[in-house]
Design a protein around this ligand. Structure first.
Ligand code: GTP
Ligand code: MG
Ligand code: ZN
Length: 317
């Protein structure tokens, strides 16, 4: 029997498109046994590595096995029951794109994307595009918080071909989730780095907004020189995915060194005496803007946790 390994590129209506190492793409369905297992344990997602087997007659491919994942990007929204939904498996990094202007960068949204990545233990990379429209030094200063926190920040221009090679090198051989608001230049960047590549990055989130599609899953695009880009229907819709508010501080990576020094183990870093995070903000080791993002996100999460537990109480009585 012919067996081969491959990577799941997309799935629609039970048919999975799997790319073999040779580059050939096969349509395959999940073996019955795996389907059952899938209900309880894990769901197949784009980016999963699988073992394909062809049937006796040599006509139909089936997914006989799913290989262990090294990472995943999951969403687990309250109200959706127990099941978490996997956006993509075996993700190496999240690439978050914003523009210097048109549209203006949205720091809170950037911080939210970073938290989502951290909550999934994924590396992030920040891209600030349309750099030719503004003063570069000033912009670098604006985003210095992020490099200080340990994130790679790229300044790019598609118009003037700035920073494209460096970004291209960081995508090579990796599986990257590309995300960011509409109009920042995600598609333009991909087309400039990979001429001729027919990539629809961003298109899907657009159609979601317009309400044409409702449940389109993520797509995995092979890059010509190795690696993949995940085109997901907007990380924004991932929402606050079920991270408990008391773990939010760990998702602000520059807070981590201080958290354990707070006087109280359950410090929220708001008003408690002996808070090492607040002290770090006061003497500038943690950016005030990032701290403010933390406070707002925490507020928002606690609010929805309260709403959620109130709903549960109502259901029980
Ligand atoms: N000035 C300037 N404009 C750019 C640059 N990169 C892209 N643009 C323009 O920005 C607009 C939006 O670019 P897209 O690539 O469609 O943006 P997107 O992020 O893919 O947007 P969605 O698909 O809606 O999510 C287009 O008009 C591009 O020509 C750049 O570096 N500088
Ligand atoms: Mg686009
Ligand atoms: Zn504290």
């Amino acid at each position: 029997m012919t067996r081969k390994e491959g990577v799941v590129l997309k799935g629609t209506g039970g048919v999975w498109h799997v790319r073999a190492e040779s580059g050939e793409i096969h349509e395959a369905s999940l073996r019955g046994r795996l389907k059952q297992e899938r209900e309880e344990t894990r769901k197949l997602a784009v980016g999963d590595r699988v073992v394909l087997e062809i049937d006796e007659r040599g006509t139909h491919w089936a997914i006989a096995d799913i290989l262990p994942r090294h990472s995943q990007l999951a969403r687990r929204a309250p109200g959706e029951g127990q099941g978490e939904r996997i956006v993509a498996a075996n993700v190496d990094q999240v690439v978050i794109v914003f523009a210097t202007t048109k549209p203006d960068p949205h720091r809170r949204m950037l911080d939210r994307f970073l938290v989502i990545a951290e909550a999934n233990s994924l590396e992030s990379r920040i891209v600030i595009n349309k750099i030719e429209l503004v003063n570069r030094e000033e912009t670098e200063r604006t985003f210095a918080d992020y490099s200080a926190a340990g994130y790679a920040v790229h300044f790019t221009s598609v118009k003037q071909r700035i920073g494209l090679e460096q970004l291209h090198d960081e995508l090579a051989g990796k599986t990257s989730v590309l995300t960011g608001p509409s109009g920042v230049g995600k598609s333009s960047l991909m087309n400039a780095m990979y001429p001729g590549l027919d990539l629809r990055v961003g298109e899907i989130s657009e159609s979601v907004k317009k309400g044409r599609h409702t449940t389109v899953g993520a797509l995995l695009h092979p890059l010509p020189d190795g690696g993949y880009v995940v085109d997901s229907p907007g990380l924004r819709e991932v929402g606050m995915w079920g991270l408990a508010s008391e773990h939010l501080d760990e998702c602000f990576r520059e807070f981590r060194a201080y958290i354990t020094s707070c006087r109280f183990g359950n410090c929220t870093h708001r008003v408690e005496p002996g808070c090492a995070v607040r002290a770090a903000v006061e003497h500038g080791a943690i950016s005030a803007e990032r701290y403010d993002s933390y406070l707002r996100l925490r507020e928002e999460m606690e609010h929805s946790e309260l709403k959620w537990s109130a709903q549960m109480l109502k259901r029980r009585t």
